[in-house]
Design a binder for this molecule. Structure first.
Ligand SMILES: Cc1cc2nc3c(=O)[nH]c(=O)nc-3n(C[C@H](O)[C@H](O)[C@H](O)COP(=O)(O)OP(=O)(O)OC[C@H]3O[C@@H](n4cnc5c(N)ncnc54)[C@H](O)[C@@H]3O)c2cc1C
Length: 416
């Protein structure tokens, strides 16, 4: 059904009995043109754009658990396109443009809120780096504004400007950035794909690949074998494990990232703020909880839970930035598995195995990429060629040396 003011009114007057399920819980068919492994945001967005833009509707999304139970439902919901490098910037800006029209496109309230992101700087060198990034963004046609201390103080007077070790000197603002409701993004894409005929198969784990010679021609799953013309893998933190089933060793490590939500408060942080002297970032949800996070746990893991040292580190960052949160109570925290690539940038590419395509390496920034990732992966699957904005996200760049090292820290996945 299509959501509208009238449908809300009619259901409100009739005891909310007229709503239909948002998507079908499909059983797997024997075969599809395209199978997408992974029912996170990226897999579902890929299915949606395959059906919508390219008319390829004989598609299944195969999810081992329930859709959105991976990183799509665990992230801190920040969307932005404030990148420096030419390999990244056009892609993330394309994603930002898709976010800006997403709710109308999907007829679904994804709570896209362009409340702005402010990256604080605390030294002259950091200011210069942020000025360079802001200029690169402007050259790419993206909004950015370098703010001085007075400008930041006018926006967020409660920050600890005179912290003896990390005084705030200013910040780089992208006003069009913000947040989106992560679950709603998953559900919106699922509903959109389902309406176009895509099968969303939940509780169905891919356990291996069907092969004919070298080529992959389908998947083995906990609910039986399913054949496919093409198999597209979008499993985020499980990328190396799923690729290993096809005999591939990816340039990637899996690490835990934690996130935190406080008890509900009255509105106090109306944008996204990142601390530049440590790893800490914060925003406030519409329910009032402060949503914050920091660094990855720093060891390889496939467990979706984190450790105490990072909790301490994140809280120290928070206290250095805004001491007023000192008596706040933490409501809950959790972990997700990051597919950390060697240069911190993603891969949207065919693999050396015929019939197998890969969407991975999103590190801890893949939520904002969801629309463009789906768009570009669908483009690759449908046309065989990379999309213009994702041309640099090749799997072989680690062999050819065409790295996209946004942070400039080298082949250190835990540092990106
Ligand atoms: C704590 C945290 C905070 C984050 N904050 C941000 C942020 O603020 N902004 C941002 O841009 N990004 C953020 N991220 C990163 C972002 O969430 C991810 O990069 C992105 O969600 C990954 O894409 P996805 O949604 O498709 O992944 P997922 O939702 O993880 O989807 C992959 C799916 O594949 C399924 N799967 C795995 N193996 C199999 C199998 N064998 N068979 C079938 N299915 C399988 C999983 O169950 C999962 O549902 C954060 C991540 C975490 C954990």
């Amino acid at each position: 059904m299509r959501y509208s003011f009238l449908s809300i009114l009619a259901n409100g007057l009739s005891g909310q009995k007229g709503w239909t399920p948002t998507w079908r819980d499909a059983a797997p068919k024997p075969g599809y043109d395209v199978i997408i492994v992974g029912g996170g945001g990226h897999g579902l967005a890929t299915a949606y754009y395959l059906a919508k833009v390219h008319g390829i509707r004989n598609v299944a999304v195969i999810e081992k658990s329930v859709i959105g139970s991976g990183n799509a439902g665990r992230n801190t919901t920040i969307i932005r396109s404030n990148y420096l490098l030419p390999g990244n910037e056009p892609f993330y800006e394309w994603s930002m443009k898709l976010w800006e029209g997403l709710e109308q496109e999907l007829n679904y309230n994804a709570m896209v809120s362009q409340r702005g992101i402010l990256n604080l700087f605390h030294s002259d060198a950091q200011r210069d780096a942020y000025a360079r990034r802001g200029n690169a963004m402007r050259l790419a046609g993206v909004d950015s504004k370098l703010m001085d201390k007075a400008g930041v103080r006018a926006m967020y007077p409660f920050l600890n400007f005179d912290n003896a070790r990390f005084p705030i000197q200013g910040g780089l603002l992208q006003a069009r950035a913000g947040t989106a409701r992560h679950d709603a993004v998953v559900w919106g894409y699922a509903r959109g794909a389902d309406r176009l005929g895509v099968d969303i198969v939940q509780n169905c784990e891919v356990t291996g690949f069907l092969r004919e010679g070298d080529a992959i021609v389908g998947v083995e799953t906990s609910r039986g074998d399913i054949r496919a013309g093409k198999v597209a893998v979008a499993v985020a933190g499980s990328s190396s494990r799923v690729a290993a089933m096809a005999g591939l060793r990816l340039p990637m490590e899996s690490h835990v990232l934690q996130a935190f939500v406080s008890e509900g408060l009255k509105p106090m942080v109306d944008g996204v703020i990142t601390f530049g002297a440590g790893h800490f970032y914060i925003s406030q949800s519409d329910k009032g909880g402060l949503v914050f996070g920091g660094d990855i746990d720093g060891y390889n893991s496939y467990a979706q839970r984190g450790n105490l040292p990072v909790i301490e580190d994140v809280c120290e960052g928070g206290m250095a930035l805004m001491p007023r949160i000192g008596r706040l109570r933490l409501l809950r925290h959790w972990g997700g598995i990051m597919d950390m690539s060697m240069d911190g940038s993603p891969i949207i590419d065919r693999t050396p195995v015929p019939g197998l395509y890969l969407n991975a390496g999103w590190c801890y920034g893949g939520f904002k990429a969801t629309p463009a990732s789906g768009w570009c992966f669908a483009h690759l699957l449908a046309t065989g060629a990379p999309h213009d904005t994702a041309g640099a996200f090749r799997l072989d760049r680690f062999r050819t040396g065409h790295l996209i090292d946004e942070k400039g820290v080298g082949a250190q996945p835990n540092l990106h």
